[in-house]
Write a protein that binds this ligand. Sequence first.
Ligand code: BJ8
Length: 427
Amino acid sequence: MTETAAPDYHQMWAELGLDLPTHDALLQAVGSMYGDAYLTQANRPKGTDYLDFVLSEVHGLRIKELADFRKSGGKVFGTFCLYVPEEIIRAAGGWNVGLCAGAEFAYDQVEQIMPRNTCALIKSATGFKLAKVCPYFESSDLVIGETTCDGKKKAYELLGKMHNVWVMELPQMKRPEDLAMWKAEIRNLVKKAEETTGTTITAESLRAAITEVNDKRRALRRIAATCTADPAPISGKDRLLATQVAFYDDVPRFTQMMNALADELEQRVANGQGVAPKGAKRILVTGTPMALPNWKLHDIIEKSGAVVVAEEMCTGSRYYTKLVAEDGESVDAMLDDIAEKYLDINCACFTPNQGRIDDVIQMAKDYHADGVIDISLQFCGLYEMESHNVEQAVRDAGFPVLKITTDYSMEDVGQLSTRIEAFLEML
Ligand code: BJ8
């Protein structure tokens, strides 16, 4: 068998202004983490080959596609949060990508401009920018932030000194007057997107974008639905990866590949074929998002013999469960539909946030979870504060809960494994 040499992207990375030696070291570290977490899994579905391929080209082929798109006049938008509607960016002819924020990087530089006790997600994104190792950031013509938590709000001011950043104002409640304000802000985003791409959104382009993004969510929902079966046909780690990849891959291609994976998983369920033996403990995780390449908790849980059957988080059900209505007839009606769908996301930055608690309990029932793990990134005031109410409600509904606060470092892996193993034994 002859091996084809991997393409060399150094020239492209240099053109983006990346720090090449540091970036090489990062890719090597992520590659070895991936190998250890993913390629050691038994009984993986064949369709996960696509995820392996995407990850092997995570800073290569996809970045080249973005570069080619930009050379042909296209604009790329970088985002950090679910509340930025990708339908609008796509309808204006742009592409959006999630930005790297899931690994500890250049914290020494980060802590010179922000407090040590900032959550890992914010420190990571800032570290990637300061160390010049995120080609998605450097490929973004505009980064769109949002006023969700205080940390991010202030981080966008700092990042705005280094990059073209624009921030959306998000309400903190979901009353009719908040929805009215949000609808107006969605229209500000339309203006900003049109001004950036030079393309006016039409009813046709918006309708097409809504359908395209809904199709992507439908494919992820099909994958998720197969995990109500025992044995689950796919690991939580692979399902999490699929959701992470959804934030930056080409939309029609990703949808097609995920539908093919869903076909395979449905067949596996019909055959009673799983990744872990039937009866393996089933865990629902909820909490702060797990940005690429953060696979830490899933890896620990699944290496302890359990299977993560669902994620109530932004890299999980909050991303794909709800769809934008598809019957809006005018641009205005469709923008209102988009505003309503997005305000219905249950993030802890809202008060009250009972919808999240209801979702966690409903998902624990639907996915036949044996237990729930509530995870907060350290120094995330929102999710840490909310966890008391979440845990109490989940316990009252009859599900055991384990609360974990962690960050991206590997120092607590041993301690977390011990706690998780004890929790699984108790179930
Ligand atoms: S919709 S969860 S992606 S804001 S972990 S940076 S909240 S201090 S990520 Fe989020 Fe949008 Fe909400 Fe989802 Fe702040 Fe907490 Fe850090 Fe966080």
